[in-house]
Design a protein around this ligand. Structure first.
Ligand code: NAP
Length: 211
């Protein structure tokens, strides 16, 4: 996926927004926009997970549905892009492989920021090749309001140098979650305004999340 030409003399700042996005919702979009502004990101690339390595036994909607919904959700924002790099893989997608992809051919020379939920980052010590991961990019751990952010420091055995590569970002709109949306659909409740309208229509058309 070629990025638009870099017209700046400095390296690009690229946000890589990793998640299952089952489905994508307003909280994710507000997060990406807030991160774009706070960290002066030139682009935010949404990367729906293909086969999430930590969720093999859980029921996750087919990657193609999650990827299409993500594309519909970001369509109107020229700074947002969707990458199929994980979706097109046949094997479980580890974040380190994705970051290596962007640092070598996807966006060589760019400063990379991996954006995802603080809960997911709490488990970072279990992630494949995590020390290299923290060398290759800066992490933005996003949380819901009143999330005990100190948990991150306590729960990880990371050195102060590595912990300095994790930034915390509180996003009130993350009170919405994908689980909440799936439950509402299963109960026949409205999800209007919780996700962009084209995503809402897609869920309806394909009968996703019905019991
Ligand atoms: P998850 O466990 O489903 O989500 C944990 C929490 O973070 C949930 O509350 C979730 O809310 C939120 N969240 C997830 N992605 C977010 C995002 N981009 N922005 C804001 N909140 C977000 O986590 P996941 O989605 O499966 O995994 C997150 C990322 O970490 C993925 O890119 C995954 O590939 C990566 N990961 C990598 C490894 C590895 O390399 N070994 C292991 C675990 C995770 P919602 O449900 O509302 O999104």
């Amino acid at each position: 996926m070629p990025l638009p030409q870099n017209r700046k003399p400095d390296p690009l700042n690229i946000g890589l927004m990793g998640g299952t996005f089952d489905p994508i919702h307003i909280g994710h979009l507000v997060t990406a926009e807030e991160a774009r502004q706070q960290f002066s990101l030139d682009y935010v690339i949404f990367i729906p997970a293909g086969l999430p390595p930590h969720k093999e036994k859980e029921e996750v909607s087919p990657a193609e549905h999650r990827c299409l919904m993500t594309t519909l959700a970001v369509m109107s924002n020229p700074s947002f892009i969707v990458s199929r790099v994980e979706v097109d893989k046949q094997e479980p997608s580890y974040t380190i492989d994705t970051i290596r992809h962007f640092s070598t051919c996807g966006a060589p020379g760019a400063n990379l920021f991996f954006i995802t939920g603080a809960d997911a980052i709490l488990e970072i010590l279990t992630w494949k090749d995590y020390p290299e991961l923290l060398q290759l990019c800066t992490f933005i751990a996003v949380s819901r309001p009143e999330y005990p952010l100190e948990k991150l420091g306590e729960a990880t055995d990371l050195s102060p140098e590595l912990i300095s590569k994790i930034h915390l970002l509180e996003i009130p709109a993350l009170a919405i979650s994908s689980t909440f949306i799936r439950k509402r659909v299963a109960l026949g409740k409205t999800i209007k305004y919780l996700t962009p309208e084209p995503v809402e229509q897609y869920i309806k058309k394909h009968g996703l999340y019905k019991k």
